[in-house]
Design a binder for this molecule. Structure first.
Ligand code: GDP
Length: 418
């Protein structure tokens, strides 16, 4: 990686909803972990006194330590996931590259992605690749090498290649968005496997269509399967290659409204995943290739329109940005719900369980203490009794001795007189 472009943090991004929620829940779990550890140490010490805490209870507390540690690990790794689908060459890789503002995924003829490619952020400025089932980090020097590596590999169509790209190079990677590019939906018969292996935890799906043709049966079928497996998936539809419409301006509006109507019908009437209003906010007309070119120009300090492919660049560029904004809002809200809701209720139930167990123990300790007090009181009474007795005895003995001495004295003086 030779380019040292640094990303300027954008705290107004809707992705910050997720970023902040993640920080907050991680902090809370940090506190829960401290509390659980402290309590377990205390309980282990009490266990020495088997009358108060038994073995089963101590083991239960220890199990909470493991549970909380496991949840913390998952939480630290939690991210927002977006998966892209559509026919080969509709421009899935180009859309991802445009969003990442860099040509990371290979695209174009001869560079068809024939397996799943996941792009995620890496720490420490490193770029590398990892193949499924291996921990080996394959260094990525440049895009060309990455493209060749992906094309030369005989990878099965449902296997996964993970591309780690320096977080600081892109705001979306920095904010924990993970991108998944798929082989074309036209190539696979294993839709079920695809969905089970790569889509179950996706927060958003993006269907990339070619605006020059209509949605195909394969594309529709894929999303039918997705919506059967997941409840109400968030689906965005990009009518890509919209720059081509500039060649036929007289048909542009009618083509656009026809596509829009079909896409909205697909989301509302066929898949039933959103209502009309929501669906209207999920359909866009863009040019990924042009957006990427514009952004590459911007990165060089040039005006973005230098990347324009055809007439009407500005509208398409705005539409792409509008898509990104709505996408960011949707993905962060959805990810907070799906990823953190479950964990926060688990955290609540762990602390609730521990609290009631501690209440029980406290009750037992109180009873135990009262018992000890009673025993102490009894003992004190006994001691006091004994003391009185002893005093009595001592007094009697004294009297006896006194009497004895008097008697002896009397006897002695009598004897002397005699
Ligand atoms: P994928 O197979 O769906 O990932 O498609 P790619 O992103 O590899 O794109 C296939 C080809 O279409 C590449 O040569 C891209 O440059 C080109 N392409 C992608 N998006 C657009 C677009 O919006 N307009 C034009 N004119 N070409 C595009």
């Amino acid at each position: 990686i030779t380019d040292n472009r640094m990303y300027q943090p954008n705290d107004k991004s809707p992705l910050q909803i997720f970023v902040r929620a993640k920080k907050k829940i991680n902090d809370i779990y940090g506190e829960i972990e401290e509390y659980v550890l402290e309590t377990t140490t205390f309980i282990t010490a009490l266990h020495a006194d088997a009358e108060i805490v038994d073995k089963a209870e101590r083991e239960l507390f220890e199990s909470y330590v493991h549970k909380v540690a496991a949840i913390r690990e998952v939480l630290q790794r939690d991210h927002m996931k977006v998966a892209f689908f559509g026919r080969t060459s509709n421009g899935k890789s180009s859309v991802i590259n445009a969003m990442l503002r860099e040509k990371i995924l290979p695209s174009g003829i001869g560079h068809t992605t024939n397996c799943f490619c996941q792009v995620e952020g890496s720490d420490g400025g490193e770029a590398y690749l990892m193949k499924e089932g291996s921990d080996e980090k394959l260094n990525v020097v440049n895009i060309k090498q990455l493209a060749n590596a992906l094309c030369q590999e005989k990878l099965s169509e449902s296997s996964l290649v993970r591309i780690f790209w320096p977080r600081e190079r892109c705001s979306l990677l920095r904010d924990d968005v993970v991108f998944v590019d798929s082989p074309g939906v036209d190539v696979s018969a294993n839709l079920d496997d695809w969905i089970d292996n790569h889509c179950i935890n996706a927060d958003v799906f993006v269907l990339v269509l070619n605006a020059e043709s209509t949605m195909t049966r394969a594309e529709k079928q894929f999303f039918h399967t997705v919506s059967q497996k997941l409840s109400k998936p968030n689906i965005f539809i990009l009518n890509n290659r919209w720059d081509a419409s500039a060649n036929e301006p007289e048909f542009q509006e009618s083509v656009k409204s026809q596509h829009t109507e079909r896409c909205i019908d697909f989301l509302t009437k066929e898949l039933k995943v959103s209502n009309e209003k929501e669906a209207a906010e999920r359909v866009f007309f863009v040019s990924a290739r042009e957006t990427l070119q514009a952004r590459l120009e911007e990165a060089k300090g040039n005006p973005p329109h230098l990347g324009a492919i055809a007439e009407g660049f500005q509208i398409r560029y705005f539409e792409f940005q509008d898509f990104e904004r709505k996408f960011e809002e949707c993905i962060s809200q959805s990810a907070v719900k799906t990823k953190f809701q479950q964990h926060s209720s688990r955290g609540k139930s762990v602390s609730g369980d521990m609290r009631s167990m501690l209440d029980n123990i406290f009750e037992r300790i109180t009873i135990f203490r009262n018992l000890k007090q009673d025993q102490k009181n009894l003992l004190t009474e006994r001691i006091q009794g004994t003391e009185t007795q002893m005093m009595q005895v001592t007094r009697e003995m004294k009297m006896k001795i006194h009497n004895m001495v008097e008697e002896v004295e009397e006897k002695v003086s009598k004897a002397l007189n005699e």
